[in-house]
Ligand binder design. Structure first.
Ligand code: ATP
Length: 226
């Protein structure tokens, strides 16, 4: 039997999607020989309740524009379709049920999300049901969580592991730390630039089509976060 197809799920608010997200998706796809990355926009991030998140339809539209020309980057509306779908652990279980044993699953997150992982719903189970890829992000350390996960962690930072070696390392519940991408763009910075009409700077942080959409519909005109 041939190797299983690898699929990565990439959860987030994507308000808006930016070049950091896209670089992470493409970078880890290449490194781990992942065929498809599925962006899964959240209704609202449970840990970001303090801020009004942009309407799902706009966040979805921007993701669609950003991924339109890349057949390996997909979007799922699974979490948007039902307000009860709020937790990554449930989303991963859903996709495991749908795909059964046919695919090898990975979940992608950035170093800042990893830093907060112990606040996530059923985080210990979450880390045991699938592979995780933690991408470095400037300004955030990758710390080990307060639980002995030594046997799951594969630290690829600074290394030159070949994809073949990675394949052998994968056990189905690996937690891979990778520095394949180092880009300090954030959605917060983009919302700030957009609210000030700084379009020239915006186009360096999001795909052109997304910058045009933000400008056309004035998505972050009233964004006045600190
Ligand atoms: P915000 O500025 O609103 O907090 P964000 O830029 O962190 O947003 P999210 O949609 O919250 O974007 O991120 C989704 C996922 O992508 C998270 O796991 C986050 O850690 C990761 N991520 C976002 N930007 C980067 C980046 N520049 N490098 C690595 N990972 C990133």
């Amino acid at each position: 039997m041939g190797a299983k197809h690898r699929v990565a799920l990439y959860g987030g608010t994507f308000d808006p999607v930016h070049l950091g997200h896209l670089e992470v998706a493409r970078g880890v796809s290449e490194l781990f020989e992942i065929e498809k990355v599925v962006f899964i926009p959240a209704q609202l991030a449970p840990h970001k309740l303090g801020r009004q998140v942009t309407a799902a339809v706009h966040r979805y539209a921007m993701l669609a524009l950003a991924t339109q020309n890349d057949p390996n980057l997909l979007i799922s509306t699974f979490e948007l379709d039902d307000p009860a779908r709020r937790y990554t652990v449930d989303t991963i279980s859903h996709f495991q049920t749908v795909w059964g044993e046919t695919k090898e699953l990975f979940f992608i997150m950035g170093a800042d999300s990893w830093d907060e992982i112990t606040t996530w719903r059923e985080w210990e189970r979450l880390l045991k049901i699938t592979n995780h890829i933690v991408a470095t992000r400037p300004g955030y350390e990758i710390n080990e969580p307060p639980l002995n996960l030594q046997n799951q962690i594969v630290d690829l930072r600074g290394g030159s592991q070949s994809a073949r070696q990675l394949t052998q390392l994968t056990t189905g519940t690996g937690i891979f730390f990778t520095d394949v991408v180092m880009n300090d763009v954030s959605a917060t910075a983009i919302r700030h630039l957009a609210s000030e009409g700084r379009i020239d700077e915006l186009v360096q942080l999001v795909p052109e089509s997304v910058a045009e959409y933000i400008t056309k519909y004035q998505i972050y005109r009233n964004s006045n976060e600190a």
